[in-house]
Design a protein. Structure first.
Length: 301
């Protein structure tokens, strides 16, 4: 059976998007292989033998919102939330569903119900601004071990014999943000070297996304080692978590829109002065649409 999909990217963070709502192109059918199955997700995301992607985004029906987004990482694991992914889903919903062509869309996620404001030109979504909700800062919310109601602010952690200090933030998924000085080395090299170990450190019972960041001219450079994906060109929740951590560590003032530069491009992040919410603004672009023969793909894998 052919499965219709759309390949969409946000700053190079790329996804296979399948609309599984009743009556939509990829709605479940009897006897089919599910694109949400972990083995199938891994096969789809394989960049040599599959479509190639950082993850699969399933658009599902919601009782409380316009749609629900399920985030499946390239390794088959499931994430609670994906900042670049939700912009891609908002674009697909607006452009493919006539009933949802309006300025704001509400999307249910593992991090709660989020509002997406679309900026449209010639009937095409160019950028999406997402109200990402309140950053979770307590050890219980992130979560961290040991648990508790306190925060992890510049907390010491060691990986492969090197010491770092991280600030813990959850944007619906766990992040450990590590700011480094200019002489500490290349951010990507640091993320590639220490990200795999830190992601699975005992401190993070649900694993964690690891950010290596540097403040420069009131802006932030960051490279993210994503839980379940590895190095990606961009991470929306990671950019938000890094902006929050920069405020908590008094590196940048809260309340201002900050440009966060990732390898794939730039996101604009605004953290409320009282930490009640975070707004993320950035692009989404359709790469191509196609159909997948999941039976043949599964056989090939």
């Amino acid at each position: 059976m052919a499965l219709p999909f759309t390949k969409v990217e946000g700053l190079g963070n790329d996804f296979v998007v399948v609309d599984r709502r009743p009556g939509r192109p990829a709605a479940p059918r009897s006897g089919e292989i599910s694109p949400e199955d972990p083995d199938t997700v891994r096969a789809i995301c394989d960049r040599r033998f599959g479509v190639g992607a950082d993850g699969v985004l399933a658009i599902l029906p919601s009782a409380t919102a316009d749609a629900r987004m399920r985030v499946l990482n390239a390794d088959g694991s499931e994430a609670e939330m994906c900042g670049n992914g939700i912009r891609c889903v908002a674009k697909v919903l607006y452009e493919s569903d006539p009933d949802l062509r309006r300025p704001e869309l509400r999307i249910e996620t593992g991090a709660g119900l989020l509002t997406c404001a679309v900026d449209v030109e010639n009937h095409q979504v160019r950028t999406v601004a997402v109200e990402m909700g309140r950053p979770r800062l307590t050890r219980d919310e992130i979560p961290l071990s040991p648990a508790g109601a306190g925060r992890a602010l510049r907390e010491a952690i060691t990986a492969d014999g090197r010491s770092f200090a991280f600030t813990g933030v959850s944007m619906g998924n766990p992040h450990a943000v590590i700011f480094v000085d200019a002489d500490a080395g290349d951010l990507r090299a640091l993320a590639e070297r220490f990200g795999p170990t830190l992601e699975r450190a005992d401190r993070f019972p649900k694993r964690a996304n690891i950010e290596f960041a540097r403040v420069r001219d009131k802006q932030i450079d960051v490279v993210v080692w994503e839980r379940g994906c590895g190095i990606t060109l961009a991470c929306g929740t990671g950019a938000c978590a890094t902006a929050v951590a920069a405020g908590l560590e008094d590196r940048l003032p809260l309340g201002m829109e900050t440009l966060v530069h990732l390898p794939g491009g730039t996101l604009a992040i605004a953290v409320a002065p009282d930490l009640s919410g975070v707004r993320m603004r950035g692009p989404a672009r359709t790469v191509f649409a196609g159909e997948l023969d999941l039976g043949r793909l599964a056989h090939a894998s």
